[in-house]
Ligand binder design. Sequence first.
Ligand SMILES: NC(=O)c1ccc[n+]([C@@H]2O[C@H](COP(=O)([O-])OP(=O)(O)OC[C@H]3O[C@@H](n4cnc5c(N)ncnc54)[C@H](OP(=O)(O)O)[C@@H]3O)[C@@H](O)[C@H]2O)c1
Length: 308
Amino acid sequence: MLAIVNTPRNETPIELREVAEPQVADDEAIVEVRAFSLNRGELALLARRPEGWQPGQDIAGIVVKRAADGSGPETGTHVVGLAEQGGWAQRVALATDRLAVLPEHVNFAQAAALPMAGHAALRILRFGDMLLGKRILITGAAGGVGRFAVQLAALAGAEVTGVVGRPERAEGLRELGASEVITQIERAQGLFDVILESVGGASLTSALQLITPHGTIVVFGNSSGEETPFSLYHLFGHEGIRLQTFFSYHPDTTTTLSADLATLVTLVEAGKLRAPIGLETSWHEFIPALTALQDRQIQGKAVFHVSF
Ligand SMILES: NC(=O)c1ccc[n+]([C@@H]2O[C@H](COP(=O)([O-])OP(=O)(O)OC[C@H]3O[C@@H](n4cnc5c(N)ncnc54)[C@H](OP(=O)(O)O)[C@@H]3O)[C@@H](O)[C@H]2O)c1
């Protein structure tokens, strides 16, 4: 079968190459991948992982072999899934507790946009507890996680302010539910009950001064790559705040991955959540898309169709 393979030492960062069929464990189904998406976190993985490694986390496709232990969806079922790796391929083996069934009206491209960014946004927002009426500030709002978080926070009744890097990156955010969009975090007005922070560096330093006493800042990314200067004196007037980390590989004890994916899919089917697709193309166009994501040119998610 064909798969995208890491080639960090070559002129191009990846290649589409013939590889062996996936090895399958008893609790895994084999999914024929029809569409997949790319996450910023995977850019860093491509640089760090060795030659020949097979990347790919977000996938949507059709079960072509049900798990041997009888768990999960039957052969022929349309599914969405979050793999640890190997998903940018014609077929992937995926544990059934990392899959959710797709309803008829959610297509493969919409579904492929959901797993990493959507489930991260869902889980990060749970740290805010009851969001009704709360003021939420979301940095990196124009990106994949940001566009899901804006929608989910607004759906939960929060008043959402999004932070973007330049005015054109604000496109579509108000339609998704942001009541305000600003181009610099320093321009934020008032204090926030919850701040979702993924830019790091000066952005996180500013966030520390925008949080209400006993509020929560969820730190889940460092897109800027900058370190964050921090002093306790920044926090005078912001007593009792919680600085909460989030890492998606850390299991959530309150819900399963399948359940979270099913929640996202149900919201999309009901028309309450939009898959924020900024680029939809063939997997043969992967390299220019990778560069565009790196350069902050994509409004939301980049989704790729797999050909056979
Ligand atoms: N902890 C976890 O489990 C987890 C899960 C998913 C994602 N993440 C992290 O969360 C962050 C967002 O992920 P994503 O998939 O939504 O990425 P994305 O689609 O590339 O969005 C990143 C956003 O960050 C903003 N940004 C501001 N300063 C930046 C800089 N110096 N370099 C790059 N981007 C900058 C960009 O906004 P503008 O273009 O408007 O400036 C962009 O919209 C990433 O850091 C990712 O690694 C963490």
